[in-house]
Design a protein around this ligand. Structure first.
Ligand SMILES: *Cc1c(COP(=O)(O)O)cnc(C)c1O
Length: 395
């Protein structure tokens, strides 16, 4: 009966990161000792002060539908956060709370894109951008970057990619998967190009904002006066607060886009989970310094994993400035045969490592850049040491 499915769903590819995690689970169930470095998920517990706020909300009887775009108290906490961390001024009518940043991105695509509209995606991009855009009828336009440029798009590359059909530019900074961060000056360079193309809306995904290793200061595209009215700032609590399963993300946007997302969400989810929303009020109003201990630990692991990977011939790493991934270029292995297995591309390499070293990573092909694999270091020091030793042993 699968031919009864829509063309839309038949053309949709499953999330590569979730698929790799499922595959690792399967092998583990079959008795294999798999180390999972594929999923973008902190290995910390949600902090106790945030859990306490959720328990309080349960006991206080928060169990009804919330406003579609989020509790007013949460919107106000988000407004406070945007002002405090990003010097951005938003009003309540510009904020929409969603079921994760992922749904926020989906809402934006459905609200802004018509069939055939082009969306510029600097590669590597976050795994779901391309399919979220396609689901809305948009056409992803991939802009290749390379490790030589720290995986960042230049203004000249942006200019060259813009056509009369270009509707949006989507990027994440800090970037998942490369860990690169666009400095304020670099964002200004992109904004200067966009001044010549007023039809282009920017989606700035800042979900790793707080996971920053202190070299490049976080900057928001919307903080430029001439970009504010055409930028949607996306953020969420999943990564910095170790709250992936709570499913809360949000946007600050031009009012007409926020209204559109609110209308769509009212027909799709009716709003995000009430208890999680109450907990996020606390997460955002407490100073971000309360979660710095996780960033410090990620920083130690980054140092370790870079040292270990740089010791393996054929692995070339940039130094990630944020998030918790390394994105080594492993194209030196293409065309080689390892243990009788031909490696033609990054997908072959990731599969080889899974099968031979029992380490789950993600192929760069999933991020629109096929020379690398993504390795998450949101894992214990012991796991990282063991995983990299195993990889080194089979290459
Ligand atoms: C994890 C992630 C998201 C999705 O966040 P959720 O709040 O879990 O939906 C969005 N963008 C990037 C870059 C991410 O890494």
């Amino acid at each position: 009966m699968s031919n009864q499915l829509s063309e839309r769903i038949k053309n949709l590819v499953p999330s590569a990161t979730l698929e790799m995690a499922a595959k690792a689970r399967e092998l583990r169930a079959a008795g294999k000792d798999i180390i999972g470095l594929s999923l973008g998920e902190p290995d910390f517990n949600t902090p106790d002060y945030i859990k306490a706020a959720a328990i309080q909300a349960v006991n206080d009887g928060y169990n009804s539908y919330t406003p579609v775009d989020g509790y007013v108290e949460l919107k106000d906490a988000i407004i406070t956060k945007f002002k405090r961390d990003n010097n951005l001024d938003y009003g309540r009518s510009q904020i929409v709370v969603s079921t994760g940043a992922k749904q926020a991105l989906y809402n934006i695509a459905q609200s802004c894109l018509d069939e055939g509209d082009e969306v510029i995606l600097p590669c590597p991009y976050w795994v779901s951008y391309s399919d979220i855009v396609k689901l809305a009828g948009g056409v992803p336009v991939e802009v290749a970057t390379s490790i030589e440029n720290d995986f960042k798009m230049t203004p000249a590359q942006l200019e060259a990619a813009i056509t009369p059909k270009t509707k949006m530019l989507w990027y994440s900074s800090p970037c998942n998967p490369s860990g690169s961060i666009y400095s304020k000056a670099e964002l200004r360079g992109l904004a200067d190009v966009l001044q010549k193309h007023p039809q282009v809306i920017v989606v700035s995904d800042e979900i790793y904002e707080h996971i920053n290793y202190g070299v490049t200061e976080h900057a928001s595209m919307a903080s430029f006066d001439d970009m504010y009215d055409r930028t949607v700032t996306v953020n969420g609590v999943a990564k910095a607060f170790a709250m992936t399963g709570w499913r809360i993300g949000y946007i600050g946007a031009p009012e007409y886009i926020a209204r559109a997302c609110n209308k769509l969400q009212g027909q799709v989810t009716s709003g995000a989970n009430c208890i999680a929303q109450r907990a996020v009020i606390t997460a955002l109003l407490e100073p971000p310094s309360r979660v710095q201990y996780m960033v410090d630990e990620f920083k130690n692991r980054r140092k370790l994993i870079l040292e270990l990977l740089n010791g393996i011939p054929g692995f070339k790493c940039n130094e990630p400035q944020g998030a918790f991934y390394v994105y080594p270029d492993i194209s030196a292995y293409f065309g080689k045969t390892l243990n009788g297995k031909k490696i033609n591309n990054a997908s072959d390499f990731a599969l080889y490592i899974l099968e031979e070293a029992n380490v789950a990573t993600v192929t760069g092909d999933a991020f629109g850049n096929g020379n690398s694999i993504r390795i998450s270091y949101a894992a214990s020091v012991e796991e990282i040491k063991e995983a990299i030793a195993r990889i080194a042993a089979v290459v």
